[in-house]
Design a protein around this ligand. Sequence first.
Ligand code: FEO
Ligand code: CA
Ligand code: CA
Ligand code: CA
Length: 634
Amino acid sequence: MTNIDRSQLSADAWDELNFPRPEEQEFDRVVERAISRRGFLGGVLAFGSGAAAMGTGLLSGTSVQAQAAASRFPFTPIAAQTDGTIHVPEGYTWKTMVRWGDPLFSDADGYDVNAGGGAVEGSDRVFGENTDGMETFSIGNRTILAINSEYTNRGTNLPADQDGVPANAGDVLKLQNLQGVTVVEVAEGEDGWSVVKDSPYNRRITHNTPMLIVGPAAGHDLLKTDADPTGTQSLGTLNNCGSGKTPWGTYLTCEENFNGYFGSTAEMQDQKPDPLVDGYTRYGIGADGWGYDYHKWDARFDTSKNPNEPHRAGWVVEIDPLDPESTPIKHTGLGRFKHENAEVVVANDGRIVVYMGDDERGEFLYKFVSNGTWAPGGPTDGLLDDGTLFAAKFNDDGTGEWLALTPETTGMEAAEILIFARKAGSAVGATTMDRPEWISVNPNAVEAYCCLTNNTRRGVRPNAGGDETPVNGPNPRLENQYGQIVRWFPHDDDHTSATFDWDLYVMAGNPTVHSDAYAGSPNITPGNMFNSPDGMAFDENGLVWIQTDGDDDNEGDFAGMGNNQMLVGDPVTGEIARFMTGPKGCEVTGVCWSVDRRTMFVGIQHPGGTWPDGEGLPRSAVVAVKREDNGIIG
Ligand code: FEO
Ligand code: CA
Ligand code: CA
Ligand code: CA
């Protein structure tokens, strides 16, 4: 298992390999419901009050066609592509801005990616690998981007071993250096956007950067290690997936598949008391890890020596990108799970609301509501820690509620609710979801959207906590290979509200292959097909940009969908149009805009072939997309 490079497999395939299905599938005992496409959508529309508020024709085929004439999209949608480069609509351009291994400082100029990343030296002075969530910040006339590097392709970075298995502590350190977060100043010149080398704002935050642990769980026994008996200081941030931005101008980076970095040099069953084993199982922490082999060379990641270390990851981390000396902060108030992103919104009364997804099959959607309120320029202490964490329950009638995770509702003590948030969600009966990825709030309406990327085990087997995963309202398809986007409308137009209405904005599918629910919702046509929505962000115009991380083999169920891509959706009409296609093999993830909104920065993760250089190793990168007339782009 450890000889297989994670990067060679989809997340689904990897998970399947690590957690094989039992021979007798629970699916065999599930009665497959024959739901006609029209019947399914009729049901959604009938009980979605948000849909009702905007007219019952919302998302129906005729409505979409009628609205197309009045499209708010200022471009001609592009066709699906299967080649090795990027495509954007006529009248738009794209250009690579920064690639994995590009030096941020003059002293890293010699870093040689084509030699497989070269030496350890300099690996923490270059742009990290596998770009993901990112946000824009500014100070004076300067543009500063904070950009996640989610994971590494071991085989690429450690070419001395065909399988990318670390052979020594230096190999591990190199991998650790190339992940985390990059803070980088960029500037637009005559040749487009590029890195401002040696900017005082340039900074790498890696798997070893010192950070603080704060909030209600800080200092708990489960967070203490020999190196940190206080349980309040940790090293590094792991598997930085999606992002968020606070209204006070800091960056939130979200720790997702942190479990993959831990392993054990001793037999798992011999080393821990039961409560820890329970937590390990729920969070997928095993003896082998995902092949990074940190635990063989860095005892911090060896759970037989440091059983509490995994509890110090899986958090949302706050970084001040405009203060290079600042210490990143892990906020325990936001719960510990496989965080996708953190969408922050200021409620009507000034309280802070953070929406968060836990990206694993059958896991939950969460919301944090602060006790305190925020005002521009006011104090921010405690606003991401002192408050209540909720998990979402969706009812099939189109309503839903946020279930508070408290000692009274869960039977768990307060700190353990946060450290084992998944268990708390199970205790209150939260709805098992089809892998919640990014959440984004519409700036022009009180509504939030979440990409439910896919779940090929829906209706087949329970989640890691044993919660059954029957087909349910927002997750309506068995063995869902395509994904959907759910949205919710908080009651009283208040994001702190405990109740909401919901509907499905889109069900991805393939109408050229299927004629049932797997054809997708009527706003899916042969001209805009995609699968596995993942990254997502609203622009200031209130259009929602949707990025995909799905199957790009362009065959069978996925025929005609082509490479992973970025589309744009109109929340009012339901219209969805393809704006960009990525190079074969890639995931399109991470999107943010320049301050003047004339540039859209888009991330290309794990490209195949030799993109973008046409030679050498494929390199993840951030590209700058512009209109040829330099008009506003979102
Ligand atoms: Fe890192 Fe769920 O995507
Ligand atoms: Ca993602
Ligand atoms: Ca994904
Ligand atoms: Ca990814």
